[in-house]
Design a protein around this ligand. Structure first.
Ligand SMILES: [Mn+2]
Length: 335
């Protein structure tokens, strides 16, 4: 990551009123990236107005936030649920590069504003142009296993020191976003190494993640397993199922069970969500990239999808059988 890019970024946002946003159903990487970025900018600029606005959290993020707030009551975990767009000079969007994944209250749509948007993210980008007339570039690095590691670079490059709650928060984001290192690379482990020290114990990270699994999640997982259909393509197995919620954890369960690829449909109020997962080894061996596949399909149907090689999501309003058939067709080309 070039220091000049970071310098440009910081000089562009200097003396501007900033709001930090992340994707809806905020995960721990979105949470940690936002809080760490706000903390860094407060230290770096001293006097500047910086706010965070979150929409909905996932259940596990909510649980995690409750646990870490209890452990570090003195740390500033504050955020707002809404913001006044007229009070903002620049919007920093972390952990997504897709405006459709941002939920705003008051019928606000960022695509209609003239306010500069800067993306700080690690997902497959695919040359979208959400803010193409901006003189400062996005900080999008697909080789990072979490967004929070990009934020960590800011702390390193500008010598801003981290405190214990931030170290734990950032470490948790790296560990969860890399699927406990399964999707990670050497840098993932090195970055966790940078955060670990005498003041931080790795067991604290695991303890804070402890979560009593809700009975509805257990039922979703069991029903998801009962309904699964298996497709064999050469030596590879694709599992397809549907549940009413917890699609992501059901997809993860299918992979644990032995499927190489999992496709899980969950019907939400007014749209269909399709969660896909693949074994990392299969992605490496075959070049399979679910994020690219779902991004391509979302373009074909003017829907909304994307993600990583081994984990991607698509939300869609059209007939789910058609979309799933198209996903399977594309996956088969790799096998
Ligand atoms: Mn992330």
């Amino acid at each position: 990551m070039l220091k000049s890019r970071l310098d440009n970024f910081l000089s562009f946002i200097k003396n501007k009123k900033i709001v930090i946003l992340t994707h809806d159903l905020v995960d721990i990487d979105g949470l940690a990236s936002s809080l760490a970025l706000k903390y860094f900018l407060n230290q770096y600029f001293k006097e500047q107005e910086i706010n965070i606005c979150f929409s909905e959290f996932t259940k596990s993020t909510k649980n995690y936030l409750r646990n870490i707030t209890k452990k570090f009551p003195e740390f500033d975990f504050s955020f707002s649920k809404t913001f006044e767009i007229s009070n903002v000079d620049v919007v920093l969007i972390v952990d997504t590069n897709n405006l459709k994944q941002i939920e705003l209250k008051n019928n606000l749509h960022l695509s209609n504003t003239r306010i500069p948007l800067i993306f700080i993210d690690h997902h497959y980008f695919g040359g979208k142009s959400e803010n193409n007339d901006l003189e400062v570039s996005n900080l999008i690095f697909e080789d990072y296993s979490s967004t929070v590691e990009i934020i960590l670079r800011l702390f390193e490059v500008y010598n801003v020191s981290l405190n214990v709650p931030l170290k734990i928060l950032m470490m948790t984001a790296i560990i969860t976003d890399s699927g406990f290192f399964r999707h990670g690379n050497n840098n993932t482990i090195q970055n966790v190494g940078k955060l670990i020290g005498e003041d931080v114990n790795i067991q604290d990270v695991f303890l804070l993640l402890k979560n009593d699994i809700d009975i509805s999640e257990k039922i979703a997982k069991i029903k998801g397993m009962q309904r699964v259909k298996m497709i064999r393509e050469g030596n590879y197995l694709i599992g397809i199922t549907n549940v009413s919620s917890y699609g992501a954890s059901v997809a993860k369960k299918l992979i644990n069970l032995g499927f190489d690829v999992a496709i899980v449909l969950s019907k939400e109020e007014n749209q269909n969500r399709i969660n896909t997962r693949a074994q990392k080894l299969v992605c490496i061996k075959t070049g399979l990239h679910l994020g690219k596949i779902l991004e391509e399909i979302s373009k074909e149907y003017k829907e909304n999808g994307g993600g990583h090689d081994g984990a991607a999501t698509l939300t869609s309003l059209i007939e789910s059988d058609t979309v799933i058939a198209r996903i399977i067709e594309k996956i088969r080309q790799y096998f």
